[in-house]
Design a protein around this ligand. Sequence first.
Ligand code: GSY
Length: 168
Amino acid sequence: MNRAYLSIGSNIEDRQDHLLGAVRALHAYESINVVEVSSIYETVPVGYTDQADFLNLVVCLETVLDAPELLSVCQAIENELGRVRKVRWGPRTVDLDILLYNNDNIESENLIVPHPRMSERAFVLIPLLEIAPAIRNPVTEKFYSEEEAVRDRGVILWKTVDGIGLLS
Ligand code: GSY
C-alpha cells in the first residue's frame, strides 16, 4: 500500500466547505483511504499576495493508485468542486497538491514529488508537522521541522475538526 501526503487549500467562500468537500471526495474513492486530517489553518497568501486569506490543511492517505493516477484524482476533484483560477497564482475554490508519495523522488513533466516548494511554505509544513512531526524530506533526509519556514507567523490555527469522524 502506498502512503501519500496532500496539501489542500481554498480562498473562495465557503472555504471550509471546499476543504472538507475535497477530503470527503478523496475518501469516496474505493482506491483511497484517508487516514489522517490535520486541523484547519488560516494562512496569508503566498506568491500572489493581493487576494483573500486561505484555509489550508494536510491529509495523509493510503492508496493502491500510483502517483500519476493520484494526480488525476486530485485534478478531477478540483474540477468537480468547480475550481476557479483566473490568475495563475490567484484565488481558487480548491487546490490539491501532492506533497509526498512514499519516499519517492518523482520528476516527470506533470508531477514533481516531493513538492518542489513545500520546504518554503509554512501553510504546508505547519499542518504537515501536526500529523507527522518526525517526517523528513526523502531526498535530502532533512527533517521538515528544521526548515526556516516553520517559524513563519502567517499561519494560525483556525479550527480543529474531527477529520476522520466526518468521513464515517
Ligand atoms: O499552492 C496552493 C495554492 N496557494 C496557496 C495556498 O494554498 N495557501 C496560501 N497561504 N498561499 C497560497 N498560494 C498559493 S498559489
